[in-house]
Design a protein around this ligand. Structure first.
Ligand code: PLP
Length: 468
């Protein structure tokens, strides 16, 4: 179980490097009033993050107002791909605000026209129409609605199943949570939709048949074994409207075997099933490609986008085949804040910034450094690190009890706490509470990345000593 961070300030060694400053107790005693105010007026569910009171951010750094500075390995939560306080995005936002256009519902605007055109231009075929929304959960809900509507159109009321994957996360609204792969997260729903079904994500850590490093691995066996999970649930292709995997699962940062996805694509083509990728966290250069599904060399019918689409303001999108996106007539698929002009301006500037600064290539290049360093850490602390996987600038490390596959949430929590005390910012462990994610803004310098990885190692070392 994930736990809250304590309001108890700790005296910690001072840190002063080019990239980090820690000059107070952590959490900062004077900041606790703010935390207490939040804890009084917000639900308990909001108390999970480390007690760093963000004052401002710049590039790959986050600052509080008490003189402390962190190297950011969180990007908020994989949002600020183009860096915090990005000047180009700021300028676009300010210009739009100064133009006095801050809202327009679904009335046409130039900035929305420019953004949807840009999104289609940068996306591979057959993605040719875009619907803008606000959150990732909404984008997933919309993809589910479109998929079910499409299924019924081509296969009648029987073809409505949305197949998602165990451990997937698609958001916290009702439909997106039903699509999610955590049983515990759905307990409150009780009458979960029987036509939203989960099958295993081909995860090498969990399933030998999905482990490409094994001598006996084969794509055919991987796909055929995976199919048995559908058969066990007596699901037939004529019932399936769509498969909607997270392109890589947030808690694992592990891509599926490419050969598996190619077979899945073929299966979708053979049975008129949509292949929908949830790229809310995986998109916009995060894994070293514009979209992570491009690692698989397949086409997508629908893709959900969010987070890094703007590197800042709340915006999400569904991009898909025209015949799917056009299933609803005028005013039947809209939202109050669809394509808010300020958010659109931010997203346009962000996408331009990503391409102008070759952030996708940079993410792929820095990913090699992460791979080398984190693999070394896994070898050095093999008794406690169960799995390290990632690509580009998204990496996940799973911490376990000594020499076991049983996860250790306390160890992961301590590592995050110690890192923060040393000037390295992570969000709280994710997944089942024992996964630490390394997800810095894509603008991070090699020097800051390497320094952050060194700090992470120190924190792991110290946290393990605390365990003994
Ligand atoms: C893959 C994925 N899908 C959907 C969501 C939900 O997005 P939001 O929190 O913006 O609703 C998230 C958020 O973490 C996500 O990682």
């Amino acid at each position: 179980m994930a736990k809250s961070f304590l309001l108890q300030p700790r005296k910690v060694p001072k840190v002063s490097t080019k990239h980090r400053t820690i000059c107070t107790e952590i959490p900062v005693p004077e900041s606790l009033e703010v935390v207490k105010q939040l804890r009084q007026y917000e639900p308990k569910s909001m108390t999970g993050q480390p007690l760093v009171i963000w004052d401002h951010g710049k590039g790959d750094k986050v600052y509080d107002k008490y003189g402390n500075k962190w190297i950011d390995f969180s990007s908020g939560v994989l949002v600020t791909n183009s860096g915090h306080g990005n000047e180009k995005i700021k300028k676009a936002i300010i210009e739009m605000v100064n133009s006095d256009l801050m809202h327009n519902y679904c009335f046409p605007t130039e900035v929305r026209a420019d953004l949807v055109k840009k999104l289609v231009e940068i996306s591979p075929k057959p993605l040719e129409k875009v619907f803008l929304l606000t959150t990732g959960s909404e984008a997933c809900e919309c993809a589910i609605k479109l998929s079910r509507t499409y299924g019924q159109k081509v296969g009648g009321t029987k073809k409505i199943k949305i197949i998602t994957f165990i451990d997937d996360f698609h958001g916290r609204t009702m439909g997106s949570q039903m699509a999610g792969g955590s049983k515990a997260a759905k307990e409150w729903i009780i009458n979960v939709d029987k036509d939203m079904n989960q099958v295993p994500f081909p995860n090498a850590y969990k399933y030998e048949w999905a482990d490409e490093s094994r001598d006996d691995y084969s794509d055919d066996n991987c796909f055929n074994t995976w199919m048995t999970y559908l058969e066990e649930q007596k699901i037939t292709p004529d019932q399936i409207a769509a498969f909607m995997p997270e392109t890589f699962q947030g808690g694992w940062a592990q891509l599926m075997p490419k050969g598996f996805v190619k077979r899945l694509r073929q299966f979708c083509d053979d049975n008129d099933i949509l292949l929908v990728f949830d790229e809310v966290q995986a998109g916009f250069g995060r894994s070293g490609k514009l979209y992570s599904f491009l690692h698989y060399d397949v086409s997508a019918d629908v893709v959900c986008l969010g987070k890094g689409i703007s590197s800042s303001l709340p915006l999400s999108a569904v991009i898909g085949r025209a015949d799917v996106m056009d299933l609803y007539g005028p005013n039947k698929m809209t939202s109050t804040h669809t394509g808010n002009p300020v958010c659109c301006a931010a997203a346009l500037a962000n996408i331009d910034f990503i391409f102008e600064n070759k952030l996708i290539e940079k993410s792929a290049m820095l990913g090699k450094i992460c791979e080398a360093n984190l693999t070394t850490l896994k070898q050095k602390y093999s008794e406690y690190i169960g799995n390290v996987k990632g690509s580009g600038l998204v990496w996940a490390m799973i911490f376990t009890k000594k020499n076991s596959k049983e996860i250790d949430c306390d160890l992961a929590h301590d590592i995050v706490r110690l890192s923060i005390e040393k000037g390295l910012l992570f969000f709280a462990p994710v997944g089942a509470g024992s996964t630490i994610k390394v997800t810095p803004p894509l603008v991070i310098s090699e020097e800051a990345l390497l320094e952050g990885l060194e700090v992470l190692e120190e924190a792991i070392e110290e946290a393990i000593v605390l365990r003994k």
